[in-house]
Design a protein around this ligand. Structure first.
Ligand code: SAJ
Length: 434
């Protein structure tokens, strides 16, 4: 077994924020957050080992490639791999810092599933040495960092773990630092955004902060682990509630027969009003999921946050109803659905309301669907056998009698109402109005 070490030595003798070349960060989970984080750390001089359960992902990263689409990520990973500072493995090696960036999906009844975080803690536990620091980045229910400490404690009775609320130092440090980056801008925001770092103890927070200070240009703000966990859930719930306001307004405006885009544009000219944009519902694996973590932790009192989730989910149902009404108006006519991704200009179809709507329509109206999605190279899973076709924009517009904008990808933004003259149009994003 290697000798114990202190994370302070990981920064080299000369500069507090310069990593020493022979020390490592392990990033567990090479997904949308873990891989960019590992590559950015490597670009700042850290020796990084990314760990993933998928051998295919490990092989791809070791070959300098990427398995996800994200601006600037391919270049960053290639350079990190070429420099020898980024490697990948299915096994967790010994390191100074361990970052956990694995999924935390929703389980039954909208409760959080932290089993991947617990599995990561179990994989780290046998390898960890006194002096190391474990940081959870996955969006997590409050108390998860303490649960990670408990998992490690159970497997490593030889280690003294820090205790929440105590000032006493442990043999290792544990902290929570939520990722806050926006898909599509991940590489830039990883460096530029402020970070909130919550320690199990204040010393743990300082130890984790040292790592973030080596590559973050924003402020690194320290607090305790429970506050940091709550902050992350609060940020995404705040956005969900605000989008719900816009979505509800769009349904009210339809009822009233007024144009919601005009209403929002004009209301937003008030100095203290800033309404977000309605759409066909809220997607992605964050905003549509994380508020449930707060709701499930306080089900009796989290009324507004729960209702916002319900309003945003209802907007997808409502949008589909409106599309079906248009289809009924032109029996046998083709419909062009523009966009399947969960938001503009990304290739991520997870938890996408556009995809859900398209799949639901395909069940009964597949023969009439033309799917236009510049980020899909082939017909996405679920549409096979339904009769729905993937089509280019021009071809779809030539053929379709109904056009529905589900995602305002840049590739569609040149369209004007004149381009769609004579067709029935439902623009869920207000793309042609904005
Ligand atoms: N949306 C609207 N109207 C809007 C804004 C968004 O309908 O005015 C929809 C989008 O189309 C999409 C969904 O909301 O379907 C979510 O998109 P988003 O751009 O608001 O957020 P995400 O999920 O891509 O990223 C969010 C970000 N959180 C906040 O802005 C508070 C990001 O900073 C987080 O790091 C990320 O969640 C995460 O990983 O938690």
């Amino acid at each position: 077994m290697n000798a114990p070490f202190d994370t302070a030595t990981a920064f080299g003798p000369d500069a507090e924020t310069q990593p020493a070349p022979d020390h490592q960060v392990v990033v567990v989970g090479l997904g949308y957050i873990g891989l960019p984080t590992a590559a950015v750390l490597a670009s700042y001089g850290w020796n990084v080992c990314g760990v993933d359960v998928s051998e295919k992902v490990v092989e791809t990263v070791n070959a300098g490639g990427v398995h996800i689409e994200e601006r600037d990520l391919d270049r960053l990973v290639r350079e990190a791999s070429d420099s020898g500072r980024l490697t990948a493995s299915t096994e967790v090696p010994t390191a100074h810092f361990y970052m956990i960036a694995v999924p935390t999906p929703l389980a039954d009844e909208n409760t959080p599933d932290i089993s991947y975080v617990e599995a990561a803690a179990r994989a780290i536990a046998p390898r960890i040495l006194p002096g190391a620091c474990v940081i959870v980045e996955s969006t997590s229910p409050v108390g998860t960092t303490e649960r990670v400490a408990q998992v490690i404690a159970e497997m490593r009775p030889d280690l003294k773990l820090p205790v929440f609320g105590s000032q006493e130092a442990g043999d290792i440090a544990l902290a929570y630092c939520p990722e806050r980056v926006l898909p599509g801008k991940i590489v830039r925001e990883l460096v530029q955004n402020d970070r909130v770092i919550g320690g199990i103890t204040p010393e743990c927070a300082e130890r984790a902060k040292a790592l973030y200070c080596s590559f973050v240009e924003g402020d690194c703000l320290t607090t305790n682990a429970r506050v940091a966990e709550t902050v992350k859930l609060t940020e995404n719930s705040f956005r969900d509630v605000n989008i719900a306001f816009a979505n509800e307004l769009s349904v009210i405006a339809d009822d009233l027969g007024v144009n919601v885009w005009d209403v929002i544009a004009l209301a937003n000219r008030h100095p203290r009003v800033n309404i977000l944009q309605p759409g066909p519902g809220v997607g992605g694996h964050c905003i549509a999921v994380d508020p449930w973590f707060l709701v499930s932790s306080a089900p009796k009192v989290a009324r507004l946050i729960r209702t916002a989730r319900e309003v945003n989910d209802f907007k997808a149902v409502y949008s589909e109803r409106r599309i079906r009404a248009l289809l009924d108006a032109v029996p046998d006519g083709k419909v062009a659905l523009l966009g399947l991704a969960f938001k503009p200009d990304i290739d991520d179809f997870r938890e996408s309301p556009a995809m859900e709507i398209a799949l639901s329509l395909a069940k009964t109206r597949g023969q009439r669907l033309m799917l236009v999605e510049p980020f899909a190279e082939e017909l996405p899973q679920g549409f096979a056998g339904t009769g729905a076709q993937l089509a280019g924009l021009d071809e779809a517009l030539e053929t379709a009698e109904v056009v529905v904008v589900l995602v305002d990808h840049t590739a569609f933004k040149h369209l004007t109402p004149a381009d769609l003259a004579g067709k029935l149009v439902y623009d869920t994003r207000g793309m042609m109005k904005r």
